[in-house]
Design a protein around this ligand. Sequence first.
Ligand SMILES: Nc1ncnc2c1ncn2[C@@H]1O[C@H](COP(=O)(O)OP(=O)(O)OP(=O)(O)O)[C@@H](O)[C@H]1O
Ligand SMILES: [Mg+2]
Length: 411
Amino acid sequence: MARAGTHIVGLDIGTTKVCVLIAEPHGAGAIDIIGFGSAPSRGMRKGVVVNLDSCVASIKQAVEEAELMAGCSVDRAYVGVAGAHVRGLNSRGVVAISGRDHEVTRDDVHRVLAAARAVNIPPEREIFHVLPQEFMVDDQDGIHDPVGMTGSKLQANVHLVTASVTAAQNLVNSVNRAGVEVEEVVLEQLAAADAVLTPDEKEMGVALIDIGAGTTDLVIFERGAIRHIAALPTGGEHVTNDIAVGLRTPIPEAERIKKKHGCALAGLVGDEDTVEVPSVGGRKPRVLSRQLLCEIVQPRVEEIFSLIAEEFARSAFDRSIHAGVVLTGGGSMLEGIQEAAEQSLNVPVRRGAPAGLGGLADAVATPQHSTVVGLALFGARRRESRPQKTVHPFLLARVGDMVKGWLSELF
Ligand SMILES: Nc1ncnc2c1ncn2[C@@H]1O[C@H](COP(=O)(O)OP(=O)(O)OP(=O)(O)O)[C@@H](O)[C@H]1O
Ligand SMILES: [Mg+2]
């Protein structure tokens, strides 16, 4: 099989599914999709590998499917990372502009970003993104690119993203053992945002909520940059479990009933609507009112959005979300969830799915695939700003490269 030389591969290892996307870049960050593979995920819980062998087997299965479709082999991939072990913090760096004529050089920018990331991180954590928010030259703030400006003091505000070293290493090991090198580990929210948010939304202020199976991941953008990230330990599988317990039906049936008849707002469901519910232990199926189903689903959805509201308040950016909320991830496909979010959060809400792609775009045009599409888009931008280079299989050796990567992307 031909090697996927210039192709870009995104790999999303979720709680329910592993997805692989092979894309062909064609300039200005645009991609054509040429291969897609998906396999049930085993061995992951809330963004963390809990069974390495099962995780490796799922990755292999998804990779093989994508390779068959694309007719080329996958050697390396941009891999998504998320979950409760991932944290973000805002930081600031200041340096003197010492060069000729006090003009800011690329080297000064590099130094100020290095200063901004020089914060005390516990030894079991590692920084894997340094995301510049804005620069200041003396008292002038809100600068996107300070190179060439004159002053005596350069300051940078950044968002640092850290991950547990062991959790990230286990993820990298699983991918390596499936025969794929990790080109870069990318924050899943950052990737999903690439796939579903518009530049205007990011500029005005927007919150992207990715409702997965095991976790709900949040990212807040304002003035074009990431300001806050969080992962909540509740997602679609909790809704399914509630249905299984509440209606006394097996989990696979509860999952099917949720997708077909579930609704996040009881007010949207007619009083006469009914649902047939299979029983456990060989008992006869029952016919129950759909209202009853919604009474189980609604409180769990409300809980998710009340946790989100608390996170908004904690972020101090709750007043900056002028473009509202965008829901994505498989959990956002639940009927009525948009209306439920509007009621709970009191902002306009839309559902976001990948759009504007070429090639086999239909295969991934649903909210479940925002992350994997975003990983490929991230990779396409990265390749344009930074020509291909040797890949280190270990995360730890790569942080310096990340900073350089972000630098080259800035200018
Ligand atoms: N039509 C639908 N209606 C309601 N829920 C749905 C629908 N389709 C998928 N889901 C739910 O979406 C969840 C899976 O979403 P997704 O594929 O984004 O998760 P994941 O990436 O595997 O998990 P995570 O991101 O938490 O690791 C499941 O809980 C599933 O029940
Ligand atoms: Mg996911």
